[in-house]
Design a protein around this ligand. Structure first.
Ligand SMILES: NC(=O)c1ccc[n+]([C@@H]2O[C@H](COP(=O)([O-])OP(=O)(O)OC[C@H]3O[C@@H](n4cnc5c(N)ncnc54)[C@H](OP(=O)(O)O)[C@@H]3O)[C@@H](O)[C@H]2O)c1
Length: 245
């Protein structure tokens, strides 16, 4: 069998995928990896110039990419995103990588910081998953990957200054389980990844002393491997990534 035949067998090949948080970091690397696997990828984030440059890199490498400026915490913006997606075709995959982290000691965590963190990390994931779920259910199925964090995994070591962030990530883990339960009858699978330290701007700003065990490209490769696999049997799982390999 020729290498090209193997590539054509990939689940992602020829499909349409949406990646949030695609302007940099894990989302940008994941979008590039998904495009390299043969899918047309819709890139969502707020920074238009950064999105355009990620899309240009993907196209230069022979992939298909459409940037759509989106604040995932804004319900109307998420609706516009998925209207644009519907104009391109049927979204088969969604990766929710958009996230914010604003470190603050618990007693100095303002309600504004709390709300913004929950709005982007949890409500933003909910809004994107709900829009994708609706379209996927109508089309007979789809695959969703959410990204929480070891900060949202029970009984792992927690760092100070991350109360709002940790709570938002616990929420993403629970949301993914809920989507998996209700997605089963529609052929929709959802899996959550909970990485430790990944070498991105978020980590460098939040905890410059922490040594990353993963690169954004590692995350992109793992997410592509997951999306290319039959996820149904692990749907609802939260996979902690302790690895420093
Ligand atoms: N890096 C780590 O060590 C680590 C560990 C565990 C989990 N995670 C999680 O992995 C995900 C990706 O993080 P990262 O490390 O790649 O961080 P990053 O480099 O800071 O990237 C965050 C991405 O989220 C986007 N974003 C932020 N607010 C948004 C909004 N309101 N609407 C749409 N997009 C928004 C940003 O783009 P714009 O600014 O252009 O909107 C950017 O593309 C996050 O959910 C993070 O919590 C990261």
């Amino acid at each position: 069998m020729a290498a090209g035949d193997v590539a054509r067998e990939r689940w992602l090949a020829g499909r349409l995928a949406v990646v949030t948080g695609a302007s940099r970091g894990i989302g940008a690397a994941t979008a590039a990896a998904i495009a390299a696997a043969g899918a047309h990828v819709v890139l969502a984030a707020q920074d238009r110039r950064a999105l355009d440059s990620v899309a240009a890199r993907i196209r230069d490498a022979g992939g298909q990419a459409t940037p759509v400026v989106t604040d995932v915490s804004d319900e109307a913006a998420v609706q516009r995103l998925f209207t644009e997606v519907a104009g391109l075709g049927q979204a088969s995959a969604l990766v929710c990588a958009a996230g914010v982290l604003t470190p603050a000691p618990f007693a100095e965590t303002t309600s504004q910081m709390w709300r913004r963190t929950l709005d982007v990390n949890l409500t933003g994931t909910f809004l994107c998953c709900r829009a994708a779920f609706t379209a996927m259910a109508a089309a007979g199925g789809g695959r969703i990957v959410t990204i929480a964090s070891l900060s949202g995994v029970y009984a792992t070591e927690k760092f100070p200054g991350l109360a709002a962030y940790n709570v938002s990530k616990y929420g993403v883990v629970g949301l993914t389980e809920a989507i998996a339960v209700e997605g089963r009858e529609f052929g929709i699978s959802a899996v959550c990844l909970s990485p430790g330290a990944v070498d991105t701007e978020m980590l460098r700003r939040a905890n410059p002393a922490l040594r990353p065990g993963l690169t954004p490209d590692d995350m992109g490769a793992l997410i592509v491997a997951l999306l290319d696999s039959p996820l149904a049997h692990v749907s609802g799982a939260n996979i902690p990534l302790f690895s420093n390999a």
